[in-house]
Design a binder for this molecule. Structure first.
Ligand SMILES: Cc1cc2nc3c(=O)[nH]c(=O)nc-3n(C[C@H](O)[C@H](O)[C@H](O)COP(=O)(O)O)c2cc1C
Length: 172
């Protein structure tokens, strides 16, 4: 059966890709995934908050409501749980790219246009084959309506897309 799959300009042998997760934090584990036949890997998301530490207030706003939901908020991505800072992420990406033959996709989680455009360029320079934009956003401002949030997401995509040459898939 031919499972060849076009994705982001690549022809993958099949569509089984290691999605963004802590699995990608460790180079040896990524090599094992490649040996097992994975078609591409996505690195765990770096958070905009990590690029712009001053924006950590956003995460604080979420955390401050952590006990007021019936649903467990531990499912939210936690920027402080990430093992790499921005420089380490670039180094890890370069190492992974040098060691693997499959496409390596970086991932950024962000919610403003300004926070990551420059960094996205550095990811491209470090060898990322594409940049997955994880626009996961928890709306904590009661004064902001859905249209504003959606418009901002569109602006982020426009801003990042205009400054880069590699493919930018979205994860929402
Ligand atoms: C433990 C764990 C960590 C994850 N971390 C990220 C992440 O850092 N960035 C991201 O965009 N998605 C992250 N995801 C989402 C996955 O990449 C994937 O989109 C999601 O699990 C849906 O795919 P599935 O239906 O095959 O599980 C994570 C998922 C899990 C289970």
């Amino acid at each position: 059966m031919n499972l060849a799959t076009p994705y982001l300009g690549f022809t993958l042998p099949h569509p089984f890709v290691a999605g963004a997760s802590p699995l990608a934090d460790d180079l040896d584990r990524l090599k094992r995934l490649e040996d097992a036949g994975i078609a591409a890997v996505v690195l765990r998301s770096l958070f905009e908050e990590q690029i712009d530490q001053e924006a950590l207030a956003h995460h604080g706003a979420i955390a401050s409501h952590a006990d007021s939901f019936a649903e467990a908020t531990s499912y939210f991505p936690d920027p402080e749980g990430s093992v790499f800072g921005p420089d380490e992420y670039l180094e890890h990406l370069a190492r992974v790219k040098a060691s693997l033959g499959v496409p390596v996709i970086a991932s950024l989680n962000g919610y403003t246009r300004a926070g990551w455009t420059d960094y996205a360029r550095q990811l491209e320079g470090a060898g990322a084959d594409a940049l997955e934009l994880n626009l996961y956003y928890v709306a904590t401002d009661g004064g902001e309506d859905a249209a504003e949030i959606e418009d901002r997401m569109v602006e982020i995509v426009r801003g990042v897309d205009a400054s880069l040459f590699f493919p930018i898939p979205l994860q929402l």
